[in-house]
Design a protein around this ligand. Sequence first.
Ligand code: PLP
Length: 375
Amino acid sequence: MQPIYLDYNASTPVDPAVVAAMRPFLEGHYGNPSSGHWAATTAKAALETARGQVAVLLGCRDDEVVFTSGGSEANNLALKGAFFALRDKGDHIVTTPIEHPAIIEPCRFLEGLGARVTYLPVDGTGRVDPDDVRKAITPRTVLVSIMHANNEVGTIQPIEDCVRIAREHKVLFHTDAAQSVGKIATDVNALGIDLMSIAGHKVYAPKGVGALFVRRGASIEPLLHGAGHESGRRAGTESALLAVALGKACELARDLSSMHRVRALRDRFWQGLQQQFGDGVVLNGHSTHRLPNTLNVSFVGRIGAEILARLDAVAASTGSACHSGRIELSPVLQAMGIAPHVGMGAIRFSLGRATTGDEIDAALERLTNVLALAG
Ligand SMILES: Cc1ncc(COP(=O)(O)O)c(C=O)c1O
């Protein structure tokens, strides 16, 4: 049976053009970008070209891009870096309960150090009300961190409206754009944000590389201290290999035209599911303010993990996890107030550049067979 990959929000394959860009740095160009001799020249130039490619995608200046090991590190650097740098100003962070663990866990860590964290409510589609941002900000607030688009349900937040409120109060704004880069526009000035995280392996670069946009003038304390790499914001010899990969991936991600096709396939999948299962299937997330590749659906009264286990050779994710023998809803679906008998049946299908119509039709057929067998 032909394997079908519908889990692009978990990770993407490395684009062949990214592989080609990396090859010379695997086979040669081994110099340390910080050295002062001939062997450094190519690596240093490639590192800075890559920084420029990331900057063009995000609409920022080159010196506002800090390379990291991925989305998690970028989020940790944003949250802890801002908190430590602004300790004299305050100790309060505003975020949401639907963030990725790479935001939630640093918040918990900082709470252990005395931070106060407000988790804003979200509505049934997973959206924050900007008015709640206004109500949450206090004179002690140092950072608001709200994800651009959610990894599980794909809901896109009203970031510009939230930013406007944070700006009125002169509070830094961070957004985790790990899922939105390459799927929707992510221009830091259009959004107005001060800090933005991106992750290479969600955008057709390899795992182990990401970046944090840090607006000029925004103060963050580094997490890694050492030599003055990345303008003193992240110590450790830079990997030209991985930077080149992220740079190339960002160059490719500027062209969002493939998302029209992806969106059409995603909608065809949803229509097919509705035709097959009627009221037995519901959409999780916002109907329009949603990533074009993401389809999170609940098979009402079923268990998503069980369906997936029987679904031969289809890679997708569930919205529930087994904890101590009990199946529990994901924190995202819980925060959205999804009823357990609906949420337990959640499956996230996420499409990508290589997804074909044949794959969507085959996935639909396999799902229909599994659910018909299950009765
Ligand atoms: C929204 C979001 N933020 C952060 C991350 C973490 O990124 P990385 O895997 O590069 O550490 C992920 C990965 O799943 C994500 O979906």
